[in-house]
Design a protein around this ligand. Structure first.
Ligand SMILES: Nc1ncnc2c1ncn2[C@@H]1O[C@H](COP(=O)(O)OP(=O)(O)OP(=O)(O)O)[C@@H](O)[C@H]1O
Ligand SMILES: [Mg+2]
Length: 332
């Protein structure tokens, strides 16, 4: 391969992968077919992290390239098939919210202004739409969770103790019920194993009162802004997880993916019925299918999704993007 260049110009950032590129050495497509969903990348940059869905590379000092693949996970296991359009939808939803939160003046984000131009065009065909470049920050190792409705682990704790991560809530809230005031329930960002809830006081002991209060205030402000934006459009954002980083001058900056169905609980508002669990906006078909075949949730025995489950899931992701952004997604 010829040499790669990353250049920042007046129109944006240009990544040129050089002359002729062997796509199959840089990308893994389902069934090894370049027209199928992208399920992995192997770009010639230093890998910062490979998550369940996104691959993040360091492409220049202080600059990250985040590539959202079409991988899908359910019950914490990544499936072998991808969902067409999913990576692009996730990236675009995140970009939409990052711009919206900056526009609303709530907090600065890691977005780098300008276009991302990728060359040559064979590589652009794969990376365009699903990739973002962002400014690298020092992450605060806390998942900042805001909850406006009570569900999942929060519901389990409330039912048992009347609290959520130690916060006492009023009696009589039902499962998936809306809270009178959204709450901030941070957890540790564990490198291995499961994240653990921590109380406001524990977080204060770690990072200080001022920073903890700011994280809480900003997390709730971002959540409320997004919730109030999405609700009249038919999506309930029940809860969300934010991450923050610190820049050179010690200021807090919003980083990572933002308000996507992967980092939040999205519920369709037309079928919202508190008193039980809600169907998830995006993964309902996949979850229903893997449950219907009696999958034991083991990674050694991953079910094969039928075409209609994949197509319906793809439609749901696209619908989420179109509903939130008011833009039309390209035809797949
Ligand atoms: N601007 C940034 N600067 C530095 N690190 C960042 C920035 N934005 C995101 N990160 C970090 O990059 C990593 C991205 O990981 P990613 O979300 O893909 O996988 P994961 O969190 O390990 O797993 P999951 O797939 O469950 O989300 C996270 O550790 C996040 O904190
Ligand atoms: Mg993550």
């Amino acid at each position: 391969m010829t040499s790669i260049t990353v250049k920042k110009g007046p129109d944006g950032t240009r990544i040129d992968f050089g002359g002729i590129v062997d796509l199959k050495s840089m990308f893994k497509f389902e069934n090894n077919d370049v027209n199928k969903p992208l399920i992995g990348t192997n770009l010639p940059f230093k890998l910062l992290s490979r998550g369940k869905v996104r691959d993040t590379y360091i492409i220049a000092p202080g600059v990250l390239l985040m590539v959202a693949t079409d991988r899908i996970s359910t019950f914490d296991v990544v499936l072998n098939q991808g969902i067409p359009g999913k990576g692009e939808v996730l990236n675009k939803i995140s970009q939409f919210w990052l711009a919206e939160i900056e526009r609303a003046g709530i907090i600065r984000t890691h977005s780098i202004p300008g276009k991302l131009i990728i060359e040559p065009k064979e590589v652009a065909m794969v990376l365009d739409g699903r990739s973002s470049i962002v400014s690298r920050k020092i992450p605060i190792m806390t998942e900042c969770i805001a909850r406006g409705y009570i569900s999942g682990s929060a519901w389990k704790e409330y039912r048992k103790n009347g609290t959520v991560t130690g916060i006492k809530l009023p009696d009589g809230i039902i499962e998936s019920g809306r809270l009178q005031h959204p709450i901030f329930t941070p957890s540790t960002k564990s490198q291995t194993g499961h994240d653990q809830n921590i109380t406001f006081e524990q977080l204060t002991a770690e990072i200080g009162r001022e920073k903890t209060s700011m994280l809480k205030e900003i997390t709730l402000a971002v959540y409320e802004h997004a919730h109030n934006y999405a609700l009249p459009r038919g999506i309930i954002i029940a809860d969300t997880k934010l991450e923050f980083g610190i820049n050179g001058s010690e200021q807090l900056v919003l980083i990572d993916e933002l308000l996507t169905p992967d980092s939040s609980r999205f519920w369709p508002s037309d079928t919202y019925l508190p008193g039980g669990p809600q169907i998830s906006y995006d993964k309902q078909y996949v979850r229903d299918y893997v449950e219907s075949v009696g999958w034991n949730k083991s990674p050694d025995n991953i079910p094969v999704l039928p075409e209609d489950v994949i197509a319906n899931t793809s439609k749901k992701y696209i619908q989420a993007f179109e509903t939130l952004s008011g833009s039309i997604f390209r035809t797949l």
